[in-house]
Ligand binder design. Structure first.
Ligand SMILES: Cc1cc2nc3c(=O)[nH]c(=O)nc-3n(C[C@H](O)[C@H](O)[C@H](O)COP(=O)(O)O)c2cc1C
Length: 183
């Protein structure tokens, strides 16, 4: 390989990186949704107790925020039929799903009120706690911020629990469930 070959080799990766991405206007909702979907996440189920009984919803917008005070957040879509119940809930429970719980995730994505077939019990704040999850955070509502077509719901953790031993989380990436492979 001559000098020109070396130069090509040094420049090529940069050129390739530039052409790897196609810019798009952030007002293109479909393209933005697709790009957001490149951020792989864990999967949670949020539960609360309502006058109509227990309510659940699958959410991957969960994020930890603060240790002191202990705060977490998730975002509920305004267009969801379950939005108002969660935005108004005084307490709710956030469950971190285990890698074998994709059936639970699909179930509470498609509807919220049917808990038959899943083990649960009323948690310390009254919100349902589902069994078999990796961690559960029982929260009181700390703040609800309007944020475009979602509400950002911030919870203050009043009671927390984590499953002992090993156990990987259920993951969600580009619209698919998966599991973690350590490098
Ligand atoms: C993996 C996954 C993550 C989701 N994350 C959220 C979320 O963070 N916020 C949200 O509002 N909906 C989320 N959804 C959609 C809801 O679970 C539910 O399907 C949607 O709100 C429709 O609700 P509705 O039947 O009450 O209208 C997610 C769905 C899946 C499958």
């Amino acid at each position: 390989m001559g000098i020109s070959g070396q130069i090509t080799a040094a420049v090529a990766p940069q050129a390739a990186m530039k052409s790897e991405m196609t810019p798009f206007p952030p007002t293109d909702g479909q393209a933005l949704r697709s790009a957001f979907g490149r951020f792989g996440t864990g999967v949670t189920i949020i539960t609360t107790q309502t006058a109509q009984g227990p309510l659940g919803m699958t959410a991957n917008s969960f994020s930890s925020i603060s240790l002191d005070p202990p705060l977490v957040l998730w975002s509920a879509a305004l267009r969801s039929k379950r939005h108002d119940a969660f935005a108004q809930a005084a307490t709710f429970c956030i469950h971190i799903l285990a890698e074998n719980q994709h059936r639970l995730a699909n179930h509470f994505a498609s509807q919220g009120h049917d808990f038959t077939g899943f083990d649960w019990f009323p948690g310390p704040t009254g919100s349902p706690q589902l069994k078999g999850c990796l961690a559960a955070f029982h929260c009181t509502r700390f703040a609800v911020h309007p944020a475009g077509d979602h509400s950002m719901i911030v919870g203050r953790i009043e009671h927390a629990a984590e499953r002992g031993g090993e156990g990987a989380g259920l993951l969600f990436d580009q619209g698919r469930f998966g599991t973690f492979t350590p490098k």
